[in-house]
Design a protein around this ligand. Structure first.
Ligand code: NAD
Ligand code: MN
Length: 353
């Protein structure tokens, strides 16, 4: 079988530190399992690159990335470069050009962890967030600047194609994982044009899959239910803005940013998908070797699941859980004293051979 071809963008701060551990785990899997082979190429398109060249990536950056099967992304962000530049000139072009219209976030309380909630033993759901349109558009503008009637308008874009494809992805995920319910996050009682259309298209899709339960909650109530009864959810389908907010709430109820993975997925496999820890470059702890690498290692596991190796994904996740249950080798964010490298090594040790 052809080697899996991964573009690695380590980025800034703790990005390179945690990404190195994720690749260590991939290498260990390749050593264990002869049916898995991979190659990586590193691209150092980060804030240093920007300060040297004035760009976050070269002119033909997307052309270069296009030839890879998948992208493993660390984190970007540096106080010498405005955040808007690192996000809009690097992450956004990749997401948009490679039609990574699914932002995939597992919210799972791993074995061995105690979340901040009571009665939280069985939190295990995914948030499927629309990643390409919706509230995060650059359509809009200012009027009457400097006058008393100064105003700003920000348009939300919901397209039939965009909403249909994210809803279909949610239903396919339910089927592929033998689940039985989709929860739609909405606010069509107050946002009466765009969210109403979102609901209409989601519900047309739901009707096509009437053997799967469907429920709809207003976003404000749903946020409370995430805290009060998170065990009730399986697949939460959300627009770009609602999914963004719910995802951070979700990661908070299962142990925090050091444990939160994500995928930016192009379901057709026409272009590469990109996998990244949810956290940023964490300048406050960068360079000290104490960042928790689990979020990035789990993100690499999602990459493997996406390319059809659920077996390897499951192996990594079991190894992470075994480590957490033991409670011996943990980084400071989880109350331990271990280093990033020690946690990576320990996860490699726990892989099923
Ligand atoms: P952050 O996620 O970098 O850090 C928030 C807090 O969580 C910090 O206290 C940090 O030490 C801690 N933390 C994060 N990851 C951790 C890990 N793996 N192990 C242990 N502790 C961890 O968010 P921030 O401080 O708001 O942003 C810092 C920079 O990162 C900014 O420039 C921001 O724009 C950028 N950022 C980038 C991405 C991305 O690359 N996709 C995402 C979020 C933020
Ligand atoms: Mn966010």
């Amino acid at each position: 079988m052809r080697a899996l071809n991964i573009a690695v963008l380590p980025g800034d701060g703790i990005g390179p530190e945690v990404t190195k551990e994720a690749i260590k785990v991939l290498q260990a899997l390749a050593d264990i399992d002869s049916t898995f082979t991979y190659e990586t190429k590193e691209f150092h398109w980060n804030s240093d690159y920007y300060l040297k060249t004035g760009q976050m990536m070269p002119e033909d950056g997307l052309e270069q990335l296009k030839t890879f099967d998948s992208i493993l992304f660390g984190a970007i962000g540096d106080n010498r470069v405005p955040d808007q530049i690192s996000v809009w000139d690097l992450i956004m072009p990749i997401r948009k050009n490679f039609q990574q219209y699914v932002n995939f976030r597992p919210i799972k309380l791993l074995k061995g962890l105690e979340g901040p909630l009571k009665n939280n033993a069985s939190i295990d759901f995914v948030i499927i967030r629309e990643n390409g349109e919706g509230e995060y558009s650059n359509v809009g503008g200012m009027m009457f600047q400097g006058e008393n009637r100064e105003m700003s308008v920000q348009n939300t874009i919901m397209t039939r194609q965009g909403v249909t494809q994210i809803a279909e992805f949610a239903y396919k995920y339910v089927r592929d994982h033998s689940l039985d319910k989709v929860t739609n996050a909405t606010k069509s009682n107050a946002i009466i044009h765009s969210m109403k259309f979102w609901d209409q298209v989601v519900e047309e899709t739901a009707k096509k899959h009437s053997d799967i339960s469907y429920e709809r909650y207003y976003i404000d109530a749903l946020a409370a239910y995430f805290v009060q009864r998170p065990e009730d959810f399986q697949v939460v389908l959300a627009s770009n803005l609602f999914g963004d907010i719910l995802s951070d709430l979700g990661s908070a109820i299962v142990g925090g940013l050091g444990l939160a993975p994500s995928g930016n997925i192009n379901p057709s496999h026409e272009y590469p998908s990109m996998f990244e820890a949810v956290h940023g470059s964490a300048p406050d702890i960068a360079g000290r070797g104490i960042a928790n690498p689990i979020a990035q290692i789990w993100s690499a596991a999602l990459l493997l699941e996406h390319i059809g190796r659920k077996d390897l994904h499951d192996n990594i996740l079991a190894a992470i859980e075994a480590l957490l249950v033991e409670r011996k080798i943990l980084t400071p964010d989880l109350g331990g004293t271990a280093t990033t490298v020690e946690v990576g090594d320990a996860i490699v040790e726990k892989l099923y051979k």
